[in-house]
Design a binder for this molecule. Structure first.
Ligand SMILES: [Zn+2]
Length: 79
């Protein structure tokens, strides 16, 4: 498969991904996806994202406590 953004080659990976669903941040483990080597664009197959969304909808997940580093007070402005 070729990247839809930059047309470069995409590779198959399987890793943890972050997803925001209805404003809530989820970490999803062992997700198979394709990633562009050049621009980092990630593509989930429709059946993969469907499974993730149905697991979230049916609350088939565990809540784990973790600490997330938060960087505050960014002063630089987007150019
Ligand atoms: Zn790309």
């Amino acid at each position: 498969m070729k990247c839809s953004v930059c047309k470069d080659k995409m590779i198959q990976r399987q890793d943890v991904i972050e997803l925001k669903i209805n404003g809530k941040l989820f970490l999803v483990e062992n997700v198979p996806y394709e990633e562009c080597l050049s621009c980092g664009e990630r593509v989930l197959a429709p059946n993969v994202s469907q499974e993730i969304f149905s697991k979230v909808t049916r609350k088939e997940y565990r809540e784990k406590q973790m600490f997330v580093p938060v960087v505050e007070n960014i002063k630089a402005r987007a150019v």
